[in-house]
Design a protein. Structure first.
Length: 323
């Protein structure tokens, strides 16, 4: 087999569900076009790895394994599953287990990011954009992430359709926000992706202060804790924009960096601190957690548990005092 493979052809012709079946994995449950597997990338007991074969994408809700990859295309899955195999080795393994013959290509696209980015949705059409979140499912999702209080001012409800392999339009909805390149970043409980061109998102505030976030939900989590902070905000939406973010940040005198506590996030933070004067690592705000949102959710849950315990104690005291 030639070492030169057409990556786009693999994405288009090889079914991720078929690959998983040939590897010996079966979905534990199905909801619409979503198939849920016990993650084969790490140990777990609840099916949280979601595959949408119509879109050719997957997302592990339980987190990434040793590779640091938790979502993407069939190529990203291969890089995560056969980690630390090289890119050409992974392509060959995918074809070997899928039993698919592809035409030889004169060029190999082997530019793989260190970490998988949110999926760019192909063949999409935006049907409607609502300025408020109305769908119960989206409201429940945002509430579970503890950012419902700020969602109305910073998130839209997008309805869009995607042309599947049978040339039929399938309808989807998600919370979304615009980026600087004219695209829409979209997210719901089961999917994280982009409609159109990917790009950063910028919110103008104070001219001298900037807060930089890896993800938009981390920015919203910070906003819950800091509703009156006047700082400008830059959200990368993908670490592939790190260099652009550093150039932008140099326009400010004081920069707070809120990146993830995984390998890629820590490395990006170090690059930022070294290259951008006036920048400081503020990830200590969520020490012990992967990101700001994980910290916020855990903190809210801890407060609720404390309130429940206090209420129970008061009720018991009332009974013991004969009230």
């Amino acid at each position: 087999m030639s070492a030169f493979l057409n990556v786009n052809e693999i994405k288009e012709k090889v079914s991720l569900l078929s690959l998983l079946k040939n590897l010996g994995f079966s979905p534990q449950k199905q909801s619409g076009g979503e198939h849920f597997f016990l993650s084969m990338l790490r140990e777990e007991y609840t099916a949280s790895l979601c595959v949408n074969d119509d879109l050719g994408v997957w997302y592990d809700h339980g987190g990434a394994g040793v590779s640091g990859i938790r979502s993407g295309s069939i190529i990203d899955f291969g890089l995560a599953y056969w980690y630390p195999s090289t890119f050409p080795e992974v392509l060959n393994k995918i074809l070997e287990y899928s039993k698919v013959e592809l035409e030889k290509s004169s060029q190999l696209n082997n530019s793989v990011p260190a970490r998988s980015q949110p999926v760019k949705v192909p063949n999409y059409r935006i049907e409607a954009i609502n300025e408020s979140i109305k769908k119960d499912g989206l409201n429940a999702y945002l509430k579970s992430r503890e950012i419902i209080s700020v969602a109305k001012d910073h998130l839209y409800e997008l309805h869009y359709s995607v042309l599947d392999s049978k040339n039929k339009h399938k309808n989807f909805f998600a919370s979304g926000w615009p980026n600087e390149n004219g695209g829409w970043e979209v997210r719901n409980k089961y999917f994280k992706g982009c409609l159109g061109h990917k790009g950063m998102s910028f919110l103008q505030g104070a001219a001298d202060k900037l807060c930089v976030f890896e993800g938009y939900f981390d920015f919203l989590s910070w906003l819950v804790d800091n509703p009156n902070d006047p700082s400008s905000v830059l959200v990368l939406n993908s670490l592939s924009f790190l260099q652009s973010a550093m150039v932008r940040a140099k326009q400010f005198s004081a920069i707070q960096v809120y990146f993830d506590h995984d390998k890629a996030g820590v490395s990006a933070t170090q690059d930022f601190i070294i290259n951008v004067s006036g920048s400081q690592d503020y990830s200590f705000k969520y020490a012990g957690f992967k990101d700001y949102n994980e910290h916020l959710v855990a903190n809210k849950k801890s407060i609720e548990n404390s309130l429940d315990s206090g209420l129970s104690l008061n009720v018991n005291n009332d009974f013991s005092n004969g009230r």
